[in-house]
Design a protein around this ligand. Structure first.
Ligand SMILES: Nc1ncnc2c1ncn2[C@@H]1O[C@H](COP(=O)(O)OP(=O)(O)OP(=O)(O)O)[C@@H](O)[C@H]1O
Ligand SMILES: CC(C)(CO)[C@@H](O)C(=O)[O-]
Ligand code: BAL
Length: 282
């Protein structure tokens, strides 16, 4: 696997890949790779001839008081893991390479409505940062396929809308949430948790499942279910950010007539803001 830190060199390499008739899949990440990321790489390798991963801790998607400076940066370990997983090219640019004229003057890509809900409500500007950098990565790599995880459920929906609205010729493939044996969704931010918090954190997934079972058994008092889930989260040591039962079509709050749903949740365990979700069909 070869690592590139400039757009120009990566493009040169990709030009010769395409010249030999290879299809290209891109896996965008922020690094500190775990088995969830590796599953994305394996999915990309099964779907295209050349796999490009990117590692870029994108400052545009972090709020002022968030963990941009402390976000784990583990390039050497990540390179070893990518190589082993069958990644061909790694793009690991500096901030200067991606935002040469500075963060504030960067042209933005905004996906309306969806970007303001849930994670977007708590993290204003977050999704504008995500769609801006993902659009740039798509323009740099021009991948036939791009692979994203379903753990970041709202992000995936927003990226699909961006691709559709901007007629981007990249097929988006998604990968189900990869979990630890405890049920906890793998996440780089799990590394912020103490041993005790790591034991408590799988409760997030269990509480989502309890809510899904209540829905399956016929309950439709959505607000009450969300309230009960919040109490359970607090009892398990979480501080709830949001816990919402929504319909899959547009991620609006579920109504009695909706049967294709997803539960979306974000909650703080100590220093880590964790997200998780579960799709269900009633
Ligand atoms: N457990 C997981 N299962 C499937 N995909 C995942 C998982 N964790 C991350 N991904 C996917 O990997 C890609 C890169 O995500 P990112 O580098 O932010 O990792 P992360 O572990 O989600 O980190 P963070 O703690 O910042 O949320 C995204 O498409 C994300 O959805
Ligand atoms: C898609 C992404 C790599 C853009 O910075 C990031 O939001 C992530 O890691 O999910
Ligand atoms: N996986 C989402 C990246 C972020 O939280 O900024």
């Amino acid at each position: 696997m070869r690592t590139f830190d400039t757009i120009a060199r990566l493009r040169d390499e990709l030009r010769s890949c395409r010249h030999s008739g290879n299809t290209v899949a891109l896996v965008p990440t922020m690094g500190n790779l775990h088995d969830g990321h590796i599953r994305l790489i394996e999915t990309a390798a099964a779907a295209a001839d050349t796999v490009v991963a990117s590692i870029f801790v994108n400052p545009l998607q972090f709020g002022r008081n968030e963990d941009l400076s402390s976000y784990p940066r583990t390039l050497i370990e990540d390179q070893n893991k990518l190589q082993e997983a069958g990644c061909d090219l790694l793009f690991a640019p500096t901030e200067q390479e991606i935002y040469p004229r500075g963060r504030d003057s960067q042209t933005r890509v905004e996906v309306p409505v969806l970007s303001d809900l849930y994670c977007g409500e708590t993290r204003p500007g977050h999704f504008s940062g995500v769609t801006t950098v993902v659009c740039k990565l798509f323009n740099i790599v021009q991948p036939d396929i791009a692979v994203f995880g379903e753990k970041d459920y709202q992000q995936l929906r927003i990226i699909r809308k961006m691709v559709s609205d901007l007629c981007i010729a990249t097929e988006i493939i998604s990968v189900p949430v990869v979990r630890a044996d405890s049920g906890l969704a793998l996440s780089s931010r799990n590394g912020y948790l103490s041993t005790q918090e790591l034991e408590q954190a799988p409760a997030l997934q269990r509480i989502i499942r309890t809510t899904a079972e209540a829905l399956t058994q016929g309950r439709r008092d959505f607000s009450q279910l969300e309230h009960e889930a919040t109490l359970r989260l607090e009892a398990a040591g979480f501080r709830r950010d949001y816990f919402r039962i929504v319909r899959r079509s547009d991620l609006a709050p579920a109504t009695d007539s909706d049967s294709t749903l997803v539960i979306l949740a974000a909650a703080w365990m100590g220093p880590a803001r964790l997200i998780d979700n579960l799709e269900l069909e009633l």
